[in-house]
Design a protein around this ligand. Structure first.
Ligand code: ACO
Length: 331
């Protein structure tokens, strides 16, 4: 079956910058602690009138422009997000309307920080089978609205952002080595749901004054366990993805990864024996932007001229669920 091509990428980060020094004014923390434990120096925060679909649309417009695809020619929009503008309709439906992508059907995928990778995998299946010609994949989150700004364990980690990819059918069916998305590999372990969750606001614990007072609509995390699990899961998934194509980590030219924590990425790269220089890093300026971070990283790496035709890219992401996975792309 022909491979799906990545035709364009885009990203958007809100203009408001929140530095580690700003956070020192909010909670008992320090710039040194945050840098040393996470690698993060600053993050972006959506303006009060900005919601996830607004960020998603900005990134999408860039991606469509790069791909030379007009919104009317998009058949499918998949948005990976856990912070949609509202519970319903989907964020993807709002993005479709704002872009004027009238022909596209649109839906959200919920896989937290792995959202864009899951969305990419779903859209890839539609394109590969010929059911759609052009798909828009978005990872967008405004986690600043779900973070407890009095909890130093979590509030220092996250930032807001959006990234987008335009996918299309293979343009070179006869090429010697297939190019594009070679495969995706997705995994979930719902028995680990408590490690990272927002317990309130859904059907189990609806929004009530008492629940809001108890901060049940705020993000809760067991950081140490997430860290341990993330390293193991990302290593195993990437080995599986590469192995399916008879490849080893030594053949990887670039790592485009979800940016949760520099120490997680360093541990993963060390175990895979991939040099750190091969991994695009931007968490120092954006923090953990959840679903946005993988497509934002790809967009930055491409626009910086780092990706050369034929390069092998290993993508990897993990988030609440736990949900994780990887992809192998030949550029
Ligand atoms: N500033 C200062 N001190 C802090 C802060 C802070 N912001 N946060 C926690 N501490 C304190 C703790 O209270 C603790 O103090 P104590 O020893 O007196 O109890 C001490 O620092 C050490 O805390 P640990 O939790 O052991 O610190 P650790 O080295 O594990 O780092 C961190 C914490 C950064 C959260 C780490 O566990 C981590 O990155 N985990 C992964 C979590 C993650 O990335 N989540 C993102 C979502 S999931 C995903 O994207 C993969």
């Amino acid at each position: 079956m022909p491979c799906t091509q990545i035709l364009g990428t885009g990203s958007y980060a809100p203009s408001r910058v929140l530095t580690n020094q700003d956070l020192e004014q909010l909670v008992d923390t320090s710039d040194a602690w945050i840098r040393e434990r996470t690698g993060i120096q600053e993050r972006r925060q959506a303006a009060p009138d900005e919601a996830t679909s607004d960020l998603a649309v900005q990134a999408s417009r860039q991606a469509l422009e790069m791909a030379g695809v007009s919104p009317e020619d998009v058949d499918l929009i998949v948005v990976g997000t856990v912070t949609p503008d509202m519970p319903m309709p989907s964020c993807a439906a709002l993005v479709q309307a704002k872009l004027g992508a009238r022909r596209a059907f649109a839906f959200d995928v919920s896989a937290a920080c792995a959202g864009a990778l899951y969305a990419l995998s779903v859209a890839d299946q539609f394109v590969r089978t010929g059911q759609v010609k052009r798909a828009l994949v978005v990872g967008a989150d405004v986690l600043s609205r779900t973070v407890d700004w009095t909890d130093r364990n979590t509030c220092v980690l996250f930032g807001d952002g959006a990234g987008a990819l335009v996918l299309g059918a293979d343009s070179e069916p006869g090429a010697m080595a297939p190019r594009g998305i070679l495969s995706t590999h997705l995994r979930t372990d719902g028995s680990l749901a408590d490690l990272l969750c927002i317990p309130g606001g859904g059907s189990r614990t609806p929004v009530t004054a008492d629940n809001v007072d108890a901060k049940l609509h705020k993000l809760k995390m067991n950081g140490k366990e997430v860290f341990r699990f993330a390293v193991r899961a990302l290593v195993e998934s990437t080995q599986t993805s590469l192995g399916a194509h008879g490849m080893t980590p030594g053949q990887v030219d670039h790592v485009i990864a979800h940016q949760a924590n520099l120490r997680i990425l360093e541990a993963v790269l060390e175990r895979l024996e991939i040099p750190r220089e091969k991994c695009w890093l931007n968490l120092h300026k954006y923090g953990n932007t959840s679903s946005a971070s993988l497509p934002m990283s790809l967009d930055e790496a491409w626009r910086a001229g780092r990706l050369k035709r034929g390069d092998v890219i290993a993508m990897m992401a993990i988030g609440a669920g736990m949900a994780w996975g990887s992809a192998v792309v030949r550029w």
